[in-house]
Unconditional design. Structure first.
Length: 236
């Protein structure tokens, strides 16, 4: 069964828009006729910017760990487009490999900034505008956030934080803004293929499939769903 979406007239902000998942989310919303505003520290034209046609989006460069940048970006989007309907918190990364006693504090700070602080700041400044349109937030947690594990405890903690903030936002904005999270396992990205070259890539989840789930969570099809963490594991 094929599924199509119509987000014409709607405005979405996608953070981390240049990455593998962020670019897939942007493309899915574009295909559904949404106005896509994308934010990233990586600029279009860089080898690390994976969105194939960045001219199709309104791009906002900047560091989303800086509250002043987030605030000014959201304000600029609302001024330009008249409002904001959806926020897709995609910005994030993975670091690991060391036990806690060997983990540098700089790694702790980096992961909490990129994975959790960006989600917090974007949500904080988007919420007043999302309330006006009874919009939705979808953020990216992780399957590994459900339990502790060897070697990447800081990453797991940040993604657990994303889940808890999602539940909090849903509770605080019941009836006005829906907030949900997706929980991938291993996503089929260039970075993951490079780090795990010997793994069975066929079991990894295509970013486009996760993007489809994010569109569902923003759509009227899930109008009664908020505060959920949705598994998007595939066979990984």
């Amino acid at each position: 069964m094929s599924v199509t979406f119509d987000f014409s007239g709607d405005v979405v902000l996608v953070t981390g828009v240049g990455g593998a998942l962020g670019s897939s989310v942007a493309e899915a919303f574009l295909d559904a006729d949404a106005t896509v505003c994308g934010a990233d520290l990586v600029e279009p034209g860089s080898d690390d910017f994976l969105l194939s046609d960045p001219d199709r989006i309104d791009f906002y460069g900047g560091d989303f760990t800086d509250e002043s940048v987030v605030e000014s970006t959201v304000d600029a989007i609302v001024e330009e487009h008249g409002g904001l309907d959806y926020l897709a918190n995609i910005a994030g990364t993975w670091r690991g490999g060391d036990p806690i006693e060997e983990t540098d504090t700089s790694t702790f700070d980096f992961l909490f900034d990129v994975n959790l602080k960006t989600m917090f700041l974007a949500s904080k400044h988007a919420l007043p505008h999302l309330k006006e349109r009874e919009g939705a937030i979808v953020s990216v947690s992780a399957r590994s956030s459900l339990e502790g594990g060897e070697g990447d405890g800081i990453y797991r903690a940040t993604k657990a934080g994303v889940r808890l903030l999602t539940e909090t936002i849903a509770e605080e904005n019941e009836g006005t803004v829906r907030a949900n999270a997706v929980m991938p396992s291993v996503i089929d990205t260039p970075m993951n293929r490079e780090m795990m070259s010997d793994a069975d890539h066929s079991k990894w989840v295509d970013p486009a499939d996760i993007a489809g789930t994010i569109l569902v969570l923003c759509s009227d099809a899930t109008g009664v769903t908020s505060g959920a963490a949705i598994p998007v594991y595939g066979e990984a």
